[in-house]
Design a protein around this ligand. Structure first.
Ligand code: KG4
Ligand code: ZN
Length: 324
């Protein structure tokens, strides 16, 4: 059971249109002690009562990972409690095990975040295999970059979701990439949105003669924002679901989960439930607070690693990139 899942948001990045790594690690340094204090208070436990210290070891922004890693090591050393290094992407998947109903093993998980897009085959909490992933941008990046092209602030994913609710998803037909197997690609979509906007909706491919003025482009976006957002979201969702259906039919697995920040998207959630009904899947989506990055998912992964006695020593290194 998760006793506390406190999150300190960093609004400092908003005016830069994306996360600034140096500012992120500074904010981490400032926040980490108060955040741990609040978490202990919310949970009603003393530091001495915890059984182990789990922390995110990889992947991510190295400055932020180092702050968390060093803090976790210090706590582990001071309290003489085991240290557990957690992989961020494994944690997103295991967020599905936090609350009832839980999927049975083996299950498939579509993990969609700002940095990753993966289909994971999960045989046990500590036994997973990535069977498909993006060859370029992540799904969250596709949302955020499209939003940026539309002049929306960072992170744009939730805003596209909001405007899409009022729009016609089939009005603009953005192309679906033809990528073999279970892999994904989103960079082509971003390019066609760029051209589409440069041409104020006239064409999906670049044609100099259709190039609109800045004013025409702005007016086009203003007058059609909901339909553009709905059409972009529709395409991202169909790219994701078509590969997930392929993975389900190839593996014959019926327990299927979503995870990661983009699983908060209402279009993805409803299309996923619909596909589940049609294909007789048992579908699982974590509660909203366990979709975007959170402490609860690191705790549940720490718990399963604890049961397996999978501990780290103080020499464990934080890394920005990590296969698993
Ligand atoms: O998992 P996450 O919190 O952080 C990473 O590990 O990257 O995912 C963040 C991503 C961002 O790209 C954000 O725009 C996207 O999740 N996101 C959404 C929604 N909520 C968050 N994308 C679309 N619709 C949403 N409602
Ligand atoms: Zn994440």
């Amino acid at each position: 059971m998760i006793l506390s899942n406190f999150i300190a948001n960093q609004t400092v990045h908003e005016k830069y249109g994306g996360v600034v790594p140096e500012l992120a690690s500074r904010a981490h340094m400032q926040n980490i002690v108060p955040v741990v204090d609040v978490a202990l208070k919310e949970a009603g436990v003393e530091l001495q009562d915890v059984d182990a210290i789990a922390f995110t070891q990889a992947p991510g922004l190295i400055g932020s990972l180092l702050v968390g890693g060093q803090f976790a090591k210090s706590l582990s050393m001071a309290l003489n409690k085991p240290l557990i290094a957690v992989h961020h992407m494994q944690a997103h998947v295991l967020a599905n095990l936090i609350d009832e109903p839980r999927p049975s093993f083996p299950f498939l998980c579509l993990t969609v975040s700002g940095g990753h897009t993966q289909i994971v085959l999960c045989e046990a909490p500590n036994k997973m295999k990535v069977i498909g992933e993006t060859i370029d941008d992540a799904a969250g990046e596709a949302f955020d970059k499209s939003a940026k092209l539309l002049g929306l602030p960072y992170p744009g994913g939730p805003l596209i979701d909001k405007y899409a609710k009022e729009g016609n998803a089939t009005r603009f037909r953005f192309p679906e990439p033809q990528i073999p197997g279970l892999d994904f690609s989103f960079s082509g979509l971003k390019t066609s949105i760029l051209y589409f906007l440069q041409n104020a909706g006239t064409s999906l491919v670049y044609k100099e003669e259709f190039r609109a003025t800045d004013e025409e482009r702005k007016t086009f976006i203003e007058n059609n924002l909901a339909d553009i957002c709905a059409s972009v979201q529709h395409r991202i969702v169909t790219i994701l679901l078509n590969k997930l259906k392929k993975a389900a039919s190839e593996t014959g697995i019926k327990d299927i989960c979503l995870a990661g920040g983009v699983s908060a998207n209402s279009g993805l959630r409803s299309a996923f439930e619909e596909a589940g009904k049609k294909h007789k899947w048992n579908t699982y989506v974590p509660a909203f607070q366990y979709c975007t990055d959170n402490a609860g998912m690191i705790a549940i992964t720490g718990y399963y690693k604890f049961l397996d006695g999978d501990f780290s020593d103080l020499s464990v290194q934080s890394t920005a990139r990590a296969e698993w």
